[in-house]
Structures are given as structure tokens and as C-alpha cells.
Design a protein around this ligand. Structure first.
Ligand SMILES: [Zn+2]
Length: 131
């Protein structure tokens, strides 16, 4: 690696705001939660997902939520595809960048959870009324 480049990186890292261990832990925790592509569903409503297609199947990114009553219905999510469709404007400031990525990941996870819950609720109303 080029020495000049390394110096620049060190300098850049040194300029990053220092955090307390508690802040770092909180951030790592937030990042870990945000990074989970499929947030762990509420056991009462959202079933554990299956991954019906393995790579290199063209649909290998599919996350499938089957009906908890095993009637054959399912709802598919393709997180990678959702992500590719999104256009995010990324700020240059590292602190804002971090925040933007976290907010985006949380918004994506929340939107996906709402979609899955909505699909399952509709399915229950249509095919399993009263359950
Ligand atoms: Zn069903």
C-alpha cells in the first residue's frame, strides 16, 4: 500500500469524533439491528421465514413467509431487489453518513415488516376468518 495514502487515512480516522464505550456499544447494537435484512418477526403474527431458492437460482435472495396454518399460502420478500431500486443521496460527512445509512436500514426493515404483516393479515381475513 502507498504510504501517503495510509497517512491520509490515519489523519481522517483521527478526526472522527471520539466516542465513549457506551456510545460505541449503543451504535454497534443499533447497527447490528439495522443490518439484519429480515428483522426477527413477532412470533404471534409473522412466521419464521424460509429461503426457498439457493444460489445461483435467479430468485435466491427470496425470503418466504409461509402461512402459519400451513395452508400453502406464502408471502415473498426480496430484500436485495428492494435495496437496488432505492436511490439514496449519501452525505459526505462521516457522522451524517452513518446516521443516513442507519435510518435507511431501519426504514427498510420497518417497511418490510409492515408489508409482511399486512400480507398475512389480509390472507387471514380472506382465507382463515376468525383465526
Ligand atoms: Zn393460510
Amino acid at each position: 500500500m502507498d504510504a501517503h495514502h495510509t497517512d491520509d487515512l490515519d489523519e481522517w480516522l483521527a478526526r472522527l469524533p471520539k466516542q465513549t464505550p457506551a456510545e460505541m456499544l449503543a451504535e454497534v447494537d443499533a447497527a447490528r439491528r439495522a443490518a439484519a435484512e429480515a428483522p426477527l418477526p413477532e412470533p404471534s403474527l409473522i412466521p419464521m421465514p424460509d429461503f426457498p431458492y439457493s444460489w445461483p437460482h435467479p430468485l435466491s435472495g427470496t425470503v418466504r413467509f409461509a402461512c402459519p396454518l400451513a395452508c400453502g399460502w406464502h408471502h415473498d420478500e426480496r430484500p436485495g431487489v428492494d435495496q437496488a431500486r432505492e436511490r439514496i443521496v449519501l452525505p459526505l460527512d462521516p457522522e451524517q453518513l452513518e446516521r443516513t445509512l442507519t435510518v435507511n436500514a431501519e426504514a427498510r426493515a420497518a417497511a418490510m415488516q409492515a408489508r409482511i404483516e399486512g400480507a398475512i393479515t389480509q390472507h387471514f381475513e380472506a382465507d382463515h376468518p376468525g383465526r
